[in-house]
Design a protein around this ligand. Structure first.
Ligand code: SAM
Ligand code: SF4
Ligand code: F3S
Length: 444
């Protein structure tokens, strides 16, 4: 009998990739995806623990599901992802509606658990079995047929920034075997992927040793470059400490590596970076920036900022503003520090809400103005866009330029999967709007 599954995903690209692989797996035992969240036999929440009241949000979501199904058969309620890992069996005790709690490194067990599930026997699986997880997924074809696909190459983190839960929810760093990644990339390309984004919590720390040779992310990029049907290569999220020269050199040798780098710095103050245990300084970050700009002045950057880290003075906050003005990031994420259970910074004295909100507003005003200026610089120009799909309403197309800007435009859907020239007519802070042109125009 065919059973329906609804998967709701929160958090980063790693969770998106995992959700799609979980689906590849459970399809084999008869589950088929539904877009209707109130008619599933199995409801999976893939959760994120990075900030705020993550745990409470999950219980709130489960409460919502309970309501949706109050007059229907209860679905098997699965909580997966980083909150599942952090909260483990506590979740089953606190919310009896939850049936299965499964951490990110245990997904290789999902079929077996769903097949053997009985309401009387709830399950919690949160071991760090990363090797087994990937060995299992390597045997199941990645069925993604998206024009732009994520491909996990590395999981976990050994850096232990004092604010961050990732080392606890994803476990120690693990790099997948080089040949398995390339095999998966080949399948994605056969299925129609024109762009591959290599992903990992510390993607550029990728390091796989075989027969005394160490394979780095630069080796993966060079190997992907050889697939003639692949148009674009990206990677995220990188750590400044691991921006080694072999990776920087890829910007000289690769024609497919996009000139846009998401490189989180968190703060413009060396004292705060030290308190955060970031293991890099502002000067080291600027050195990477300068090296890359020297290779190609059109390379652009985005970053992550944590505002009001405990102890951040006005002067230190202003150093972050100065850095933002200097680099002119074209797109960034900024959040007020959020204490996370189990991390070193969890017990530190917080900066008041009022000051924090004021600082966040100031930072975002500048970040957003740079973002808008960058977008405006494309107006009345012809840019190369990789066309991904039709928009939800279906009357326009959606794609991205080389800087990952969303582009919404008029054009024929036969262009899906192709790099096409689009004339940009207008923009807002988040998107560019335009129309496909058929003349041979030079891209901006
Ligand atoms: N590995 C990446 C790096 O080293 O920058 C970041 C991964 S983390 C999943 C994504 C972002 O979440 C971080 O760059 C940081 O800005 C933000 N973040 C993590 N913990 C946070 C916290 N406790 N409060 C606010 N923001 C946080
Ligand atoms: Fe978190 Fe730091 Fe690891 Fe990034 S490097 S995942 S911020 S602990
Ligand atoms: Fe969130 Fe886990 Fe990703 S905490 S950001 S889903 S690694």
């Amino acid at each position: 009998m065919q059973k329906k599954v609804f998967i709701k995903t929160f958090g980063c690209q790693m969770n998106e990739y995992d959700s799609s692989r979980i689906y590849d797996s459970i399809k084999k035992i008869g589950f088929i995806k539904t877009e209707k969240q109130d008619s599933a036999n199995c409801y999976i929440l893939n959760t994120c623990h990075i900030r705020d009241k993550a745990k409470e949000k999950v219980y709130h979501e489960v409460g919502r599901v309970k309501q949706l199904y109050s007059k229907k058969n209860k679905p098997i309620m699965v909580v997966a992802g980083c909150v599942a890992q952090a909260e483990n069996e506590e979740m089953l005790k606190r919310e009896p509606y939850i049936d299965i709690v499964i951490g990110p490194q245990s997904y290789h067990k999902i079929n077996q658990i769903l097949l053997n599930f009985t309401e009387k026997e709830k399950k919690e699986i949160t071991e760090f079995d990363t090797v087994k997880k990937f060995e299992y997924f390597d045997k199941i074809e990645n069925k993604s047929n998206r024009v732009s696909s994520f491909l996990t190459i590395q999981e976990g983190c050994d850096k232990f920034c004092h604010f961050c839960v990732v080392p606890f929810t994803r476990g120690p760093e693990y790099s997948r075997p080089f040949n398995k990644i390339i095999d998966e990339a080949e399948k994605l390309i056969k299925n129609g992927s024109k762009e591959i984004t290599l992903i990992g919590q510390n993607v550029n720390a990728y390091s796989y040793k075989k027969d005394s040779k160490v394979y780095k992310i630069s080796n993966l990029i060079n190997e992907l470059e050889k697939f003639s049907e692949l148009e674009r290569i990206r990677y995220t999220t990188s750590h400044p400490r691991d921006m080694t020269d072999d990776l920087i050199d890829c910007y000289v040798t690769s024609k497919k590596l996009m000139p846009f780098i998401h490189l989180p710095i968190q703060s413009g103050s060396n004292r705060i970076l030290k308190l955060m245990n970031r293991k890099h300084t502002v000067e080291e970050y600027l050195e990477i920036y300068n090296k890359l700009k020297k290779i190609n002045s059109k390379i652009e950057f985005s970053s992550d900022f944590i505002i009001s880290y405990p102890g951040e003075t006005v002067k230190e906050f202003n150093e972050t503003i100065e850095l933002i003005k200097k680099i002119r990031f074209i797109n960034s994420y900024s959040f007020i520090f959020s204490p996370r259970p189990g991390t070193k910074a969890a017990g530190l004295e917080l900066i008041s809400d009022e000051i924090s909100k004021d600082r966040l507003l100031k930072v975002q005003e500048i970040l957003f103005s740079h973002q808008l200026e960058m977008n405006q610089s494309f107006e009345n120009k012809y840019i190369d866009v990789l066309v991904e799909n039709k928009t939800k309403k279906g009357n326009q197309l959606f794609g991205r330029n080389k800087y990952l800007n969303s582009v919404i435009f008029k054009g024929d859907e036969k262009n899906i999967g192709k790099i096409t020239k689009v004339k940009i007519e207008s923009c807002n802070q988040n998107s560019l709007f335009g129309e496909i042109v058929h003349k041979n125009m030079k891209a901006a």
